[in-house]
Design a binder for this molecule. Sequence first.
Ligand SMILES: Cc1cc2nc3c(=O)[nH]c(=O)nc-3n(C[C@H](O)[C@H](O)[C@H](O)COP(=O)(O)O)c2cc1C
Length: 177
Amino acid sequence: MEFFEIIERRHSVRSFTDETVSQEDITRMLKTALAAPSSRNSRSSSFMVIEDKTLITSIAGMRDYGSAFVEHAPLVVLVMGDEQRSDLWMVNASISATFLQLAAEALSLGNCWVHVEGRPHKKDEPDGLSAEEYLRSFLPIPEGRRILCAIAIGHSAEHEAKPRTETACDDRVIVVK
Ligand SMILES: Cc1cc2nc3c(=O)[nH]c(=O)nc-3n(C[C@H](O)[C@H](O)[C@H](O)COP(=O)(O)O)c2cc1C
């Protein structure tokens, strides 16, 4: 698929069919994400690939708002960063996650970012257990690695969304001549 077509088609997808994602597609997405740029070439991003249904159900419970849909994804990739390798680990991991999402789109796989870092497990308990601490309680997250987000991936069960209509005249664009 051509690059600009990927950008125009891209939308967050939160509903998936039961079809699994092929190993070939998983490998291509990871190779793309690993090729993302990083501050001082610190390569601080890393990924955890999860296909186990029981684990995915537990991951869906990371927050009591905005993560329940993950339960029906056949694949979840956690995007992590190494704080020791870069003070900009979060920025690096965001770029890696975006590369992963665009690779999924190029392979016609639906996907959605679910945020972890700085989010509470329970919305009404902002100072209680964090979503990250909850995930660490049952996933083998290496020491020193932080979790930025989870990307839920699968074959879309949603109607094809309309192509995007953004234009360069958007008020978010400031042109200085
Ligand atoms: C940093 C970030 C955090 C996000 N967190 C969530 C989330 O926790 N749950 C969710 O359903 N979508 C999440 N999203 C997806 C956004 O809601 C989505 O990108 C936005 O509504 C725009 O829709 P679009 O991706 O279809 O253009 C997140 C996206 C980003 C970039």
